[in-house]
Design a protein around this ligand. Structure first.
Ligand SMILES: Cc1cc2nc3c(=O)[nH]c(=O)nc-3n(C[C@H](O)[C@H](O)[C@H](O)COP(=O)(O)O)c2cc1C
Length: 219
């Protein structure tokens, strides 16, 4: 395709994008539609802590659900020791997340992960320049640099029949820690201060300007 045709196509695409409510059915290879990044601490068999970046999680009350690949160290560790810490990096930490994201705590690296470019890493704290901090109620260490840290215990691990390579892990929050600058009043996080790191179709974003608030935001 020559440069002129490419330019015409781009112009056509841009004008179509601007039309409201015009859609096209597509078959995307990824569906990471913009969720916060977490770094999951799990316990290795030797008592050290493994770190795994994840973007598949949600929270409702003190119940959190994580989507974890069964080929990785996090899954193996959680099956062996049912405790973890959900560390939430802020938007400034994307480079550290990306450093971790190229590694696995599994050795030898499973063939499927090797083909995707993952390499083995024994000490992920050191590799990413992060500081381990003892947890209060669970065995894996927290990450000092993460402004929010949720210690949690595993309640249930399920591998869906239709995607056996992914596990759905239900955990219960048992202790929550917040950097003091995020705390606006007792037991409240100030949403103006908290800047989550968003994974948006494999690109890292922060939050833009606040657009509004839910009717229960102040409670
Ligand atoms: C930003 C980001 C988000 C990710 N989200 C997930 C996820 O939700 N679930 C998952 O299993 N892997 C996810 N990954 C890939 C894992 O981090 C990767 O498989 C890593 O090797 C896991 O480490 P481990 O094998 O030591 O547990 C993500 C990676 C990055 C960088």
């Amino acid at each position: 395709m020559n440069g002129h045709t490419q330019q015409q196509n781009r112009t056509k695409q841009t004008s179509q994008m601007r039309k409201p409510n015009v859609h096209e059915t597509i078959n995307p290879s990824i569906l990471y539609y913009g969720t916060p990044v977490i770094i999951l601490s799990t316990l290795n068999k030797d008592g050290s802590t493994n770190l795994s970046p994840l973007s598949s999680s949600w929270a409702l009350g003190d119940c959190l659900v994580l989507g974890i690949g069964t080929q990785g160290r996090a899954y193996e560790n959680l099956c062996h020791h049912p405790e973890c810490v959900i560390n939430l990096p802020d938007e400034s930490m994307w480079g550290k997340v990306e450093t971790l994201g190229r590694t696995t705590g599994i050795s030898p690296v499973p063939e499927i992960k090797k083909r995707m470019g993952y390499t083995f890493c024994q000490d992920k704290f050191k590799a990413a320049g992060l500081t381990p901090q003892s947890s209060l109620q669970v065995a894996p260490d927290k990450i000092a640099e993460c402004p929010l840290q949720i210690e949690a215990s595993v309640q249930h691990i399920r591998t869906p029949e239709h995607t056996p390579f992914m596990a759905i892990v239900e955990v219960k929050a048992v202790k929550v820690h917040a950097h003091t600058h995020l705390i606006s009043e007792v037991n409240k996080i100030d949403p103006e201060q908290w800047q989550p790191l968003i994974y948006n179709f494999r690109h890292y974003f922060g939050l833009g300007e606040r657009q509004g608030e839910n009717f229960r935001a102040g409670r």
